[in-house]
Each structure stands twice: as C-alpha cells, then as structure tokens.
Write a protein that binds this ligand. Structure first.
Ligand code: NAD
Ligand code: USQ
Length: 382
C-alpha cells in the first residue's frame, strides 16, 4: 500500500514509518521538522540523541534496502500538500503531524493560537487534498482519549446511544477536553466527521491514550534509528517523564493528589494499531472512531510502580505531590471502552516491570543529556 506518514519524524511517526516500511508498504514521510524547533525554543532536547531525518532514512535504506521517501514541508501550505498528493497518490494518509503538547498550547495566547492554526488548518488541508486528489484515500487520524475529558460515565468509542424524551439516537460522545491542544483534536474530529458526511471520505480517528516506551524492533536495529524520548515539563508525558526523573534521582512529580486516570499504551502497540487501521479501511463516507489504549492507570499508581522498579536497580527515588499546574479532576471515575482494535487483532504489550526497567535503563545511559532545569512544570493553566 502507498502510505503517507505525516509527522514521520516525531515520537510516534518515526517508529510507525519504519514498521510500515518493514511490512513492505511504500512509505513516504511528510514533516516540517517543527518538533526539533520547539526543542530549540524551549532550550530542551530528547534524552536519546536523535539523528537528522536525512541520516535516519539513509541508515534504514543501508540496513534494509527499503526506501522511505521524505518531503520536508508544512501541511498548512496547501500548494506543497497538493504536490505531495499528486506525486505520491496515497492509499492511506496517517496523520500524526500536529503540535501535541497540552502545556505548550497553554503557555500564552500566541502558543494557543499557533496550536489551533497548525492543527486545525493542517487537518482541514488534508481533508481538502483527499477530496481533490485521492477521494478513495483512507485518512487515519491521530486523535486523543483526552477529547472525552473525565465524564462520570463510561467512555464509549466515539459514539453513544442516547434516549431523550422518549426518542433514541446514536450521537457523538460528549467532549470535555482539558487544554487548548486537546480542543484542537475535538475540532479536527468535527471537521473530519463533516467531510465524511458531505464528500464520502473514509476516515478512522484513533483516539490514542498516553504513549510510553521508545523502542520498537525497527528502531533497535541501529543507534541512528533511535526514537526520541521526551522528559521536560512541556513535552514529556507521564510515564516516560517519570522514568527519566528516576534516572537522575529527581522526585517523581505527581501533580496534586495523583488520582488522575488515563489510558496508556506502549509505542509498540501504536505502530500496530496504525497497521490494523490501514489493513481494515473505513468504508466510503464512514467516520470510525477507535479508542487506542491498552490499560489505564492513575498517575500515582505509575509513580509507585516506577519507584519500586527503580529500587530494584538500587535507585532510591521519592514520589512528590507537587502543586497541580493544570485544571483537572484529581479524583474521578474512569472506565473507557477499547475493544474495537482488540477485535481487529491487537495483542497488547502490557506494562510490566521489565518494560519499565528497559526504559529506565535507556534513560540511565543518556542521563547526562537531561537538563534538570526543564523538569519542574512552569506553565500553568490559570
Ligand atoms: P511529535 O511532536 O513527536 O511528532 C509530531 C511530528 O509532526 C513532528 O515531527 C513535527 O515536526 C510534525 N509536525 C507538526 N506540525 C506539522 C505541520 N504543520 N506540518 C508538517 N509536520 C508537522 O508528537 P507525537 O508524540 O509523535 O504525536 C503524534 C500524534 O499523535 C499527534 O497528533 C498527537 O496529538 C497524537 N498523540 C500522541 C500521544 C503521545 O503520548 N505522544 C498520545 C495521543 C495522541
Ligand atoms: N502529570 C503528572 N505529573 C507530570 C506530568 C503529568 O501528574 O509530571 C499528569 C497530568 O496532570 C495529567 C496526566 O498526568 O493528569 C497526563 O499528562 P501527560 O502530560 O502525560 O499527558 P497529556 O497532557 O494528556 O498529553 C499526552 C500527549 C498528547 C496526547 C495525550 C493523550 O502529549 O499528545 O493527546 O497524552 S490523553 O492523555 O489520553 O489525552
């Protein structure tokens, strides 16, 4: 299959591009490399030293003989995107290419506006490009579990049957996102749903939970292929971030009481879920939503698991309840459905002590790269 991986230089996109290439698909990466620019802006870095995208794909070709084409450019530039569509004629378009940090979107007005422009308009351009150039192309869009927020009822996969004043309908599940970033995903969802309805586009929205881990079989083939590992308070996400904190002997920063519960998945499952979606495309006009996570944990549970694994490696680390910089429920009901991908064949990699130990070991190897000043949160929601 001819597959475009937009955002293919990023944390989820790079291993996905390699995995799909390994499986024999013709993979093309589209990325404007802006994630590397955010690091410069924030004076931050990946814990692992990552090679340039050029070197990454050259090494992949050298090792496997497989070519991954690269277009360096911005989804917001429609002329550029049109050219990519005309030249590559994608059968599937995997869309990872958005500003994905909630704290980044909450820095100030400029960052909120940038996040909205980048994400919402970029996605709208992709919808128009599909309509104009490849109407049969399957859009596989990365959404987020955070679109649903923290409702006091079970979270369904995209839709819920509602009975109201004696009448019934299946309606989009209510959205209560927790940051301007998460809001962009809700706006994307609405735009995609509408485009499917009016133009007959086929789309799958993968409402992904928090991703942890860094290696896949493919990224382990050579150090040049290593994935990025984010740890700072803006781009680091709960589990990976906590492990890097343990690596430098920093307290694990549980925000508030730590009852915040989210769905999580291993990066190895991210790449497989995308493959499953690509192999089982939505019908023309269908807007399908899959909840993409394998297990749920509270942040306190994660911190305690990591503390215990670190102890096994003779690292003493404290769990510290720091003041929560976000506005969110710290104690709440959480029960989300995630059966669609499992029914299509996903076999989850679960969070074991061995998995935690592996990421911790990687963090320990590169701990000198961690800029300690970036660890504590400075951006607040208030
Ligand atoms: P990332 O920032 O590491 O990667 C995103 C990539 O997209 C970067 O390489 C960046 O340069 C590129 N990009 C951004 N805007 C672009 C644009 N306008 N044009 C071209 N390229 C652009 O993020 P990630 O962690 O790999 O996340 C990928 C996607 O998955 C995002 O949409 C994110 O919202 C979603 N997601 C991520 C997680 C997670 O835990 N990492 C969880 C749920 C959903
Ligand atoms: N948290 C802590 N301590 C920390 C960092 C985070 O307690 O040091 C808490 C947060 O307050 C939050 C939870 O952990 O309650 C998750 O935060 P996070 O930073 O790991 O994840 P989040 O901001 O939700 O965003 C990440 C990705 C985003 C993706 C989302 C999936 O950056 O792209 O959409 O996970 S989800 O959480 O399901 O919405």
């Amino acid at each position: 299959m001819r597959i475009i991986v937009a955002g293919g230089d990023g944390f989820c996109g790079w291993p996905t591009a390699l995995y799909l290439s390994e499986k024999g698909h013709e993979v093309t990466i589209v990325d404007n490399l802006v994630r590397r620019e955010y690091d410069k802006e924030l004076n931050s870095n990946s814990v692992t030293p990552i090679a340039s995208l050029e070197d990454r794909v050259a090494k992949w070709k050298e090792l496997t003989g497989k070519e991954i084409k690269v277009y360096e450019g911005d989804l917001n530039h429609y002329d550029f995107l049109s050219l990519v569509f005309k030249q590559e004629r994608p059968e599937a378009f995997v869309h990872f290419a958005e500003q994905r940090s909630a704290p980044y979107s909450m820095i100030d007005r400029e960052h909120a506006v940038y996040t909205h422009e980048n994400n919402v308009i970029g996605n709208l351009n992709v919808l128009y490009a599909i309509k104009e150039f490849e109407p049969d192309c399957h859009l596989i869009k990365l959404g987020t579990m955070g679109e649903y927020g923290q409702p006091n009822i079970d979270i369904e996969e995209g839709y819920i049957e509602v009975e109201h004043k004696g009448r019934k309908d299946v309606l989009p599940f209510p959205k209560q996102p927790g940051s301007f970033y998460h809001l962009t995903k809700v706006h994307d969802t609405d735009n995609i749903m509408f485009a499917c309805k009016i133009w007959g586009i086929r789309a799958t929205d993968l409402n992904q939970g928090v991703v942890y881990g860094l290696n896949t079989e493919e990224t382990l083939k050579d150090p040049v292929l290593v994935n990025r590992l984010d740890y700072d308070a803006i781009f680091g996400t709960a589990l990976n971030r906590f492990l890097t904190q343990a690596a430098i002997g920093h307290d694990i920063t549980v925000y508030g009481s730590g009852g915040q519960t989210r769905g999580y998945l291993n990066i190895k499952d991210t790449v497989r879920c995308v493959e499953i979606a690509a192999e089982n495309p939505a019908d023309r006009g269908e807007f399908r939503v899959f909840n993409q996570f394998t297990e749920s944990f509270s942040v306190l549970e994660l911190a305690q698991k990591i503390q215990s694994v670190a102890k096994g490696l003779d690292i003493d680390v404290e769990v510290s309840n720091v003041e929560n910089p976000r506005v969110e429920k710290e104690e709440h009901y959480y029960n989300a459905v995630n059966t669609a991908l499992i029914d299509l064949g996903l076999e989850p990699h679960l969070l074991t002590d061995e998995v935690l130990e592996e990421i911790l070991t990687y963090s320990l190897q590169h701990k000198d790269r961690i800029i300690v000043d970036n660890v504590l949160p400075k951006v607040t929601w208030k």
